[in-house]
Design a protein around this ligand. Sequence first.
Ligand SMILES: [Zn+2]
Length: 426
Amino acid sequence: MSRPGREGEAAVPDPSPLWALRARWVFPVDQPPLRDGLLTIQGDTILSIGRNDSGRPPRDLGCVALLPGLVNAHTHLEFSTLSEPLGAPGTRLPDWIGLVVAWRRQVLEEAADAAAERLAAVLQGLDECRRCGVTCVGEIATGPWDLRAYSASPPGGTVFHELLGLAEERIQPLLEQARRHLDANLSGNWRAGLSPHAPYTVHPELLRQVVRLSAERRVPLAMHVAETIEELELLASHSGSLVERLKQLDAWHPAAVPRGIEPADYVRMLADAHRALIVHGNYLDHRAWEVLARRRKTMSLVYCPRTHARFEHGAYPLAELLAAGVRVAVGTDSRASNPDLNLWRELRFVAQRHPDVPPEQVLRMGTLSGAEALGLAECAGSLRPGKRADLAVVELPDGHADDPYELLLHCSSGYNTAIPLHDVPA
Ligand SMILES: [Zn+2]
């Protein structure tokens, strides 16, 4: 085993035996693809790329692409037992929130042991992620959550403890919860983060204090911002169906939300965090883009493509965001808004939906950009000596292509999904 590197520190290789792999195409992500590429591994750490330093013949994986493990930068694994998303396609978010609340109530009423069911759902979600080649997850955990879910076995990632509270009296108790989460002893490759939920559920003072805590404790934040038109309406004029939904849930505190505050103001507040993931950002304006681009070392946008499509939002300006210099990672979001947690399907969807985005960018979004967003790029996200050898494998059609990305992301024939290297039959 190698010691997982903390942020800013590479993993330390150990004296385990050396072994090598060969694949038809190796996609290191931070350099061009290598045909008949080689990779040497020591223990669970990449030793070299492009050559076999093991002193033994490589294991030949055949006609496949070898990739770094995929990064699912945004999900809520408590919903992983849902067999289909809640609501019909095109359901408005305020209605969907009503369905989520009703589903949670039903689980609580019907479960013999709600905590055990929640743990089982998270474990099922982690296993689904692992089976589709994901090795890092940005998980939003809505309390009470169970540390046992986030174990030493893959995948790892960041557990963002969700904070919901518009009422002023909730600020101090939630900050206490946040500190307790950051003090928790997470195992394996898991790190702690915090998730102030959204502008319409978080008191601005709570957000300011959580941002300060993030900077002090050097932990990432994840916040849903500018997800829907209804959110913009709520912020601009304290009206609309999202306000009505919050009133119904006894969760609307108009004094807490300055009328006329804009999503860009929240993005600016989050710029002082150690690291921030802006989740969705479907309706951000150019002022917010400019902040994200200027602070791209610590700020990222997380696009959830199939969830975005399910809610039938307006076109996502992905090419424009990338051209503006915004770092964009990809998430599945949860099974409450997506049919599965398969990040590879998400990337193929992006490749089809956004033909103006170069495929190498698409692959980067699902690997290195996600690792950078979560602060895990020292050990994950690309194939580079010193990083963890958490690898994903994608079967390729046995044909020629001038551009290997065509084989990887655009092939229409045959089997093409990502699986972890450990699941490839010997
Ligand atoms: Zn979310």
